[in-house]
Design a protein. Structure first.
Length: 482
């Protein structure tokens, strides 16, 4: 790709043949074409005029993708010089090789973050999203020949492109006839090749001394990148972001309880949110054929480690969305009894919604309503769950979905809605409890009920349109991949 920095050095002309409005429409069309065809180099149109150059650079620098070589050779610093005010999103995409062991990968990760923060620490901008993307060894192998450990990488930082086909994730969705005939060890090896053998972490012997990067306001890790970063290393990164307002993490569970428990314990010990953070989203992917193949016993997991890490001492948060990391019912027990004085939206998952009787569901909803009364700024609360029964026959793959949503509509009005793949009767007590959440005399509560077609609820992605807090639960690109 031709660098916009190189393009700037070419002679430009301010002479216009067509009216500027028509020119911009043509340029907009070319930019759209470039989004659909990655071989279409939009930067070549920058020399047309100063106006075109500004529009092209604004488009190219809005979202950048970097790799370890961009940072190693200082290309990122030179490439972005004078244009940092245009950058809104930085994706650091690290490619690792599973044939060189964990130590070199730790060294690469450590040096990459050190170099990145050295550059970002001198930026004057603000409101930038920093996305960390660790590619799986399976993906890296596609660009790393068996005879070499050198990955083929672009020559320059480049505009963020749409995600490539995620066919490598098919290892989690092997057809059932293969699943039940495949030895557990083979299944595990295939998944490990995708998830990585160990959590990615900084070098313990020489951890990075990250300078503060005040320009970053959001930290993002998407489900599209399978290997997980160790919480202790993630904590170091968060500590170096004093202006951080939003943390959004989507991670894959290993599917083996001892390993995932170790991650959660490390999470509890190190993951601390600074008071500057207002938005927290945490999503754990564990609802695939692979995960159900290993987690034989289907139980409701309280997971106190994650609750303590994500929720305790987080009374400054305004928006929380935690999915499949712990059982929501546990959070509302007297053991925690947390008061969120600043909380505006809350989205949690609970197996109780899909695994128990009407009485159990009503008991949970009453319990949550009592907790909601201790959230004076609450606008939306959503409990939901998606469960697919992989152990049923191939011809019958039922899914159970339940969504409970509370919304404060105005000072005196609120609404509760129930959506599920079966008929559910909400008790009068439940309705009265939620009516009292709006603590105003004469408050009105409206109710909605919708039965969802189970044949249409084939994946988590199918639930998207029915969730009020969908934008908080998953990144918009991730919704197209689940």
């Amino acid at each position: 790709m031709t660098s916009p920095m190189t393009v700037m050095m070419r002679p430009t002309t301010s002479r216009s043949i067509l009216p500027i409005g028509i020119q911009l429409k043509i340029l907009d069309h070319l930019i759209v074409e470039g989004k659909h065809d990655l071989s279409f180099n939009v930067s070549t149109f920058a020399p047309v005029s100063k106006c075109w150059q500004e529009v092209v650079e604004r488009e190219l620098f809005r979202s950048l993708t970097l790799n370890q070589l961009d940072l190693k050779k200082k290309k990122f610093a030179a490439y972005s010089k004078g244009r940092t005010h245009l950058v809104k999103h930085i994706l650091v995409e690290l490619l690792f090789c599973n044939r060189i062991g964990n130590s070199p990968n730790r060294r690469i990760f450590t040096k990459a973050m050190q170099r990145l923060f050295n550059v970002l620490s001198v930026w004057d901008g603000h409101g930038i999203t920093l996305e960390l993307g660790v590619t799986s060894p399976v993906e890296s192998a596609a660009v790393c020949p068996p005879s070499s450990h050198v990955h083929v990488m672009p020559l320059l930082p480049r505009k963020r492109s749409s995600d490539p086909p995620s066919s490598h994730m098919g290892v989690f969705e092997i057809p059932e006839e293969v699943l039940w005939g495949l030895p557990g060890l083979v299944w595990h090896v295939r998944a490990v090749s995708l998830l990585g053998q160990k959590l990615l972490e900084f070098r313990t012997s020489a951890p990075p001394l990250l300078p503060e990067a005040k320009c970053i306001s959001k930290l993002l890790i998407r489900r599209r990148y399978c290997p997980s970063i160790k919480p202790s290393s993630l904590a170091r990164i968060i500590k170096a972001l004093p202006s951080l307002k939003s943390v959004h993490i989507e991670r894959w569970c290993y599917g083996i309880p001892p390993i995932d428990t170790k991650y959660h314990i490390d999470f509890m010990c190190y993951f601390k949110l600074p008071r500057s953070v207002k938005d927290l989203s945490f999503y754990e992917e564990n609802n695939t054929r692979y995960h159900y193949g290993f987690e034989i016993v289907d139980v409701v997991e309280p997971n106190f480690n994650v609750i303590k890490a994500l929720v305790e001492k987080s009374d400054h948060l305004e928006n929380i969305a935690v999915s499949f990391a712990f059982e929501a019912a546990t959070l509302f027990t007297p053991q925690f009894a947390i008061e969120f004085k600043e909380l505006k939206t809350l989205a949690l998952t609970s197996q109780v919604l899909v695994s128990h009787t009407d009485d159990s569901i009503n008991d949970l909803l009453c319990l949550v309503a009592k907790a909601a009364k201790r959230m004076p700024k609450l606008d939306i609360l959503e409990l939901w769950y998606f469960k697919k029964f992989y152990r049923e026959s191939p011809r019958s793959r039922p899914s159970r979905v339940a969504i409970f949503t509370y919304q404060k509509l105005a000072r005196y009005n609120s609404c509760i809605s129930w959506k599920s793949t079966w008929s559910f009767k909400m008790s009068e007590e439940t309705q009265e409890q939620w009516k009292d959440v709006v603590d105003v005399e004469g408050a009105r509560l409206s109710k909605e009920h919708l039965v969802l077609d189970p044949d249409q609820m084939f994946s988590v992605g199918a639930v998207h349109d029915h969730l009020a807090l969908r934008d908080r639960i998953l990144h918009d690109i991730t919704w197209t991949q689940v």
